[in-house]
Design a binder for this molecule. Structure first.
Ligand SMILES: [Zn+2]
Length: 247
């Protein structure tokens, strides 16, 4: 299902993968599945079926998209732009892009589109919190997904400090050279407002950085009985896609 954490953005799980809170319900798995198919179908193949104008870059106005869906399918009377944004932001394959109030598919169109791939939305650097005990071994061997299926990286130093404080009072922050990693073929995907998922990150992309932790006072005490590490991550959700995707 699709939910929203006030602090960490949208996520496809029962609990926020960062803080473990339940957050706000947006739609159930079936609705997510159906809407994802519609989104992919319209943006990749048949915008004209919904009377939607597409620019030469494949962008469609988000508000018009929402209105068009509602007009065609009454079951989506509750649909608002943020529901679509939530799907886009949590798509683990980066199938969609949102920019200046418009949305588009990032690949697999059946009509001609100019795709400027310069802006795929993945920052050049991301951050990872380690404990003091493990940091030396990570610098030497890289970041490996442990019980999780994939490595969780944070968008900013502050996000990494907050994520790290779940496990240790004084996290050591590693900067990940995402630009080089992506150039080398490592897949990094956005999974929420501040969270990115990656496969294993080798040591050559890692650099320990000096962080003054006093600049980032804890927001609030973390309850001991919560285990955000065990929360379901977005990749556990079933894939929702349009049929007959030419890939
Ligand atoms: Zn959260």
């Amino acid at each position: 299902m699709l939910r929203e954490c006030k602090e960490h953005g949208y996520f496809r799980a029962d609990y926020c993968p960062v803080c473990g809170q339940e957050g706000r319900f947006l739609m159930n798995s079936e609705e997510l599945d159906r809407l994802s198919r519609t989104l992919a179908g319209v943006l990749r193949h048949f915008p004209e079926r919904f009377d939607l104008e597409v620019d030469s870059y494949g962008f469609v106005d988000l508000r018009r998209f929402v209105n068009a869906i509602q007009a065609k399918q009454r079951r989506y009377h509750w649909l608002r732009p943020h529901h679509i944004l939530a799907i886009i932001e949590t798509d683990n394959k980066g199938r969609y892009e949102f920019k200046d109030g418009k949305i588009r598919a990032t690949y697999a169109h059946s009509f001609e589109v100019e795709l400027d791939t310069s802006n795929v939305g993945i920052p050049d650097s991301l951050y990872y919190p380690a404990t003091e005990e493990e940091v030396d071994i990570i610098i030497e061997t890289g970041i490996k997904p442990s019980d999780r299926k994939r490595v969780h990286l944070s968008k900013t130093v502050k996000d990494a400090v907050n994520a790290g404080r779940v496990r240790t009072e004084s996290p050591v922050i590693l900067e990940v050279d995402v630009k080089s990693a992506v150039e080398d073929g490592i897949v990094v995907q956005k999974a929420g407002k501040t969270v990115y998922l990656a496969e294993e990150i080798g040591p050559k992309y890692l650099k320990k950085i000096d962080v003054d932790l006093s600049e980032f006072p804890p927001d609030r005490p973390q309850p001991d009985d919560q285990k955000p590490d065990m929360a379901e991550t977005p990749e556990d959700q079933p894939e929702a896609d349009d049929k007959g995707e030419p890939e």
